[in-house]
Design a protein around this ligand. Structure first.
Ligand SMILES: Cc1ncc(COP(=O)(O)O)c(C=O)c1O
Length: 462
């Protein structure tokens, strides 16, 4: 009898080109972080050993994408590469109209300029910071309706990105449907840990929206990762292909926008896609003012071509299994060292619970930022704070806002690092955990901007 041998998992790709990594001493890093005011955005990348600041635009492109770059049509109007992108969006997502933009927040700027006014309210699952920034910049209000389980890192819920349907309806009743220009569903929900939204929840959200005649928009930066979670965690869709799930996710959604730097598998780009021609004409005015002519919207022809290929590659089950499997692999390692993480692990990042790791540091002293600083000093790993710094002060009262969670996000770039890098990250985090009790004080702000302060803030040790 032939015995079936189980083979270990390997990534469905191999390396063709490499980038060097530079190593510095712990002492040098600890001087450098002070020099850059304890803001990791200020570090030159050659001072970083493993860069987990974001999964946005940091992925490696495939040979097919690079080939498409050589075919890029850089015509100002009517670029062939634009039509390749339009065709890919239609085929994968089912939308007829597309407005390219230079990245995700640019899509928010164009779309919200056409659809959002002062005093209006935008409910949804936890809005990403640029989304909230663009809403608040227009003196409108973002209301977070994410399920409560999302805010407890140790509770298991397969779809922590879900919207609390009862809360959503209460918000609609409280503010009145006429003040709500649209509801936003972000897939996956970055702010609560790259957590997915179930198809059941998307359907229920659409039903409520229909009841009150409110359009539903989707921020689809990580649409393919969300579809993968639906396939593996939502029993009804187990046998469905990723492509079929994606189509179902977007059925009857009014508008989607995307930062293509994530599941578009490109280094820059974004777009808005929809079927409503009237709204498309309206927003095209803003595309032209802010981004460029409607057939490139701030993107080069070659980037649009690479994106058309990337959108398709992102839907490959084996790619997604490897990608999300790598995040889960790191999650398991961290857990084995007793490091508190958001569970279950999400699609693109690990989120470490800084309140649990540094209980002695109050939120007013930015514990998650302190953890980011310490991990950098320890091993040259650059993560990002998702906590009080990111939350910004309340634009109305000017007071500090303390979010429920203080997280250190370690975002994993797509197709860049191996599991050996994941082992290095886990060991480094273990070392930080072992000396966490010695950290008696957090950080204080020396200088800050009013909106999206985390990018430029200057800090010091307290
Ligand atoms: C969910 C979500 N929406 C919007 C954006 C903004 O996109 P960009 O960085 O391309 O401007 C991001 C970026 O991280 C995101 O994660």
């Amino acid at each position: 009898m032939i015995k079936k041998m189980k083979l270990p998992h390997i990534p469905p790709y191999k390396t063709k080109m490499i980038e060097p990594v530079y190593f510095r001493s712990k002492k040098a890093r600890s001087e450098k972080i002070k020099e850059v005011n304890f803001n990791l955005f200020n570090l030159h990348s050659d001072w970083v050993v493993i860069d987990l600041i974001t999964d946005s635009g940091t992925g490696a492109m495939s040979e097919q994408q690079w080939a498409e770059i050589m075919l890029g049509d850089e015509s100002y109007a009517g670029s062939e590469s634009f039509f390749k992108l339009k065709k890919a969006v239609k085929k994968i997502m089912g939308f007829n109209l597309i407005a390219p933009t230079h990245q995700g927040r640019a899509a928010e700027n164009v779309l919200f300029s056409a659809t959002l006014k002062e005093g209006q309210v935008v409910p949804g699952n936890a809005h990403f910071d640029t989304t909230k920034g663009h809403i608040e910049f227009r003196k409108a209000k973002a209301v977070d309706c994410t399920i409560k389980e999302a805010f407890d890192t140790s509770t298991y819920h397969p779809f922590k990105g879900n919207i609390d349907i009862e809360k959503l309806e209460n918000v609609i009743i409280k503010y009145g449907p006429e003040t709500i220009p649209f509801i936003v569903i972000t897939v996956t929900c970055n702010t609560v840990g790259g957590q997915p939204v179930s198809l059941e929840n998307i359907t229920k959200t659409k039903e409520i929206a229909k009841k009150y005649n409110i359009p539903v928009y989707m921020d689809i930066a990580r649409y393919a990762e969300n579809a993968y979670f639906i396939k593996i965690r939502e029993a009804e869709y187990k046998e469905w292909s990723i492509k079929a799930i994606i189509k179902e996710m977007f059925r009857d959604i009014d508008v989607v926008w995307m930062s293509s730097k994530k599941d578009g598998l490109v280094n820059i780009g974004g777009f808005i896609a929809l079927n409503n021609y009237e709204l498309f004409e309206k927003l095209s005015q803003f595309t032209i003012i802010y981004e460029g002519f409607v057939t490139y919207g701030g993107m080069s022809g070659r980037s649009m071509g690479a994106l058309a290929v990337g959108l398709k590659e992102a839907c490959d089950f084996h790619y997604l299994e490897d990608r999300i499997g790598q995040v889960a692999y790191l999650g398991e390692k961290l857990k084995s060292f007793g490091i508190p993480i958001q569970e279950p692990t999400g699609g693109h990042a690990l989120y470490i619970d800084a309140k649990k790791m540094l209980p002695q540091i109050p939120q007013s002293e930015f514990p998650a930022q302190l953890l980011a600083v310490e991990l950098y000093i320890e091993a040259g790993i650059r993560g990002v704070e998702i906590g009080t710094l990111l939350a910004d002060k309340d634009p109305k009262t000017g007071k500090e806002r303390f979010p429920e969670m203080e997280l250190l996000r370690l975002a994993i770039p797509r197709r860049v690092y191996s599991n050996a890098h994941m082992d290095y990250i886990a060991e480094a985090m273990k070392n930080v955990k072992n000396r966490a009790k010695e950290l008696k004080k957090g950080l204080v702000i020396k200088k800050q901007a009013e909106i999206l302060r985390h990018f430029t803030v200057e800090l010091d040790r307290k």
